[in-house]
Design a binder for this molecule. Structure first.
Ligand code: XLS
Ligand code: NI
Ligand code: NI
Length: 436
């Protein structure tokens, strides 16, 4: 029986690029083949539980704007929320969803009560997943909303908070494992600091390293096959977040011996906040061999906040999926819409339209990326630019056969005098424009 929240909603259909029906897909067709693979299997869309079903629409100047019949703190409320959530997942035809423990269960008075509530809801969600075929892309623990975490979770000066956080993560990995989640994510919400005056940074980093090792050890202990992912973010909520960006996270993983165990979940808006482009973060993760998954959204380019808007910039998406495809595409990862409505978008329909247009935008980006790859539109010029390195002499220089003195002798002997060559940026930018 339907909850009626979305009216008499049915499965959103593909109606083609000319459709003016906002409740239809114009580009996303799950079965369409792209580079020999179904579009759905490329994109692996997931809906984020928190933004769509938990966030009340508040901002620093005002509280709740959304009126949702499931807002409340009982198990019955949590079940109604789950019913509506699955109605939306089914209507959209997304294969996956993602949650924090605190999104799906009511908050208890103690760790024991939280765990009990979580288990109740995991069983409830498990039944819904079995009935609909919708899967869990990743689970995670909310270690940032409750006031006990205000000074950090694993990086807290109080070992009791570290213990509470570790125990919570254990229950969340158990929940993710039970629901056959394909990844487990850690975003270090409060893992950072406001002022060095009250912070022992070296100690906090070691605590974070220990915590992550505990997670990896436990994953192997219980035979969880999913990937462990860290989600970098540079600022907000703390001024100095430890997992600043992909490069910082890689350095951290190296230092704590985890570079082969942990990958990254890269969010568009977080990349922008870090002063990078989304594709920079994706390309770097590929280069370092730690790419895992993406949180798809769009950040405001002026505000300096993590605005988590729905994506709608196709040229940006095209470059993002270009790098996802160049890296071989998703394995355990996918495209999670970590995006929320604007607080004035209060109608149930807004939840649907935002996701539909986000999915369409990703589909267009993917198709453009695939065409660029198939035509070698960017890879041919790139290969040509680096072609000199195929030369034998250059290879000797690269693979360690030559020292600085050998290289100097070689330059002298052959009177090497490099010729400047154009980087052709404008030409390349116009090539991309032909595909979007
Ligand atoms: C917040 C993060 C968060 C993570 C999951 O900025 O993006 O939503 O994805 O904890
Ligand atoms: Ni995120
Ligand atoms: Ni975010």
């Amino acid at each position: 029986m339907s909850t009626g929240f979305f009216g008499d909603i049915s499965r959103i259909e593909y109606k083609g690029p000319d459709s003016t029906d906002p409740l239809s897909f114009r580009y996303y067709q799950p079965d369409e083949q792209v580079m020999g693979k179904r579009m759905e299997d490329h994109l692996r869309f997931a809906v984020a539980y928190w933004h769509s079903f938990v966030w009340p629409g508040g901002d620093p100047f005002g509280g709740q704007t959304f009126e949702r019949p499931w807002f409340g703190d009982t198990v019955a409320d949590a079940k109604l929320k789950a019913d509506v959530a699955f109605e939306m997942f089914s209507a959209l035809g997304v294969p996956y969803y993602c949650f924090h423990d605190a999104d799906i269960r009511p908050e208890g008075q103690s760790f024991a009560q939280n765990t009990k509530n979580l288990e109740t809801m995991v069983d409830y969600l498990g039944d819904k997943m079995a009935a609909t075929g919708i899967k869990l892309l990743w689970g995670t623990a909310n270690l940032f909303s409750h006031r006990r975490f205000m000074s950090g979770a694993s990086t807290n000066p109080d070992p009791d908070v570290f213990a509470f956080a570790a125990a919570t993560v254990k229950t969340c990995i158990d929940a993710t494992h039970k629901l056959n989640g394909e990844n487990y994510v850690l975003w270090g919400g409060r893992e950072g600091y406001e002022t060095l005056l009250n912070t022992n940074m070296e100690r906090e980093l070691d605590q974070l390293g220990r915590f992550l090792n505990l997670v990896v050890e436990y994953k192997h202990k219980i035979g969880f096959k999913g990937a462990i992912l860290i989600e970098p973010k540079p600022q907000e909520p703390t001024k100095h977040q430890y997992d600043y960006d992909v490069a910082t996270v890689y350095g951290f993983l190296k230092r704590y011996g985890l570079e082969d165990e942990v990958r990254v979940n890269i969010e568009q808006g977080h990349a922008i906040l870090a002063g990078h482009s989304f594709e920079h973060e994706l390309a770097l993760a590929n280069a370092l061999g730690i790419f895992g998954s993406i949180d798809m959204n769009r950040n405001d380019y002026q505000s300096g906040w993590d605005t988590d808007q729905f994506p709608n910039n196709v040229p940006e998406m095209a470059l993002a999926y270009y790098h996802v495809l160049q890296g071989g595409g998703f394995t355990t990862g996918g495209t999670n819409f970590d995006a929320k409505l604007r607080r004035q978008s209060i109608d149930p329909e807004d939840l649907l339209i935002s996701h539909i247009s986000g999915m369409d935008c990703c589909a267009r980006g993917l198709m453009a990326a695939a065409r660029m790859i198939e035509d070698g539109a960017l890879s041919d010029p790139l290969d040509e630019r680096y072609a000199g390195w195929m030369d034998q002499q250059a290879q000797h220089m690269f693979n360690g056969d030559m020292g600085l003195d050998d290289i100097a002798a070689h330059v002298l002997q052959n009177d090497i005098n490099p010729r400047a060559r154009s980087g052709q940026q404008e030409k390349l930018e116009n090539i991309v424009n032909r595909y979007v």
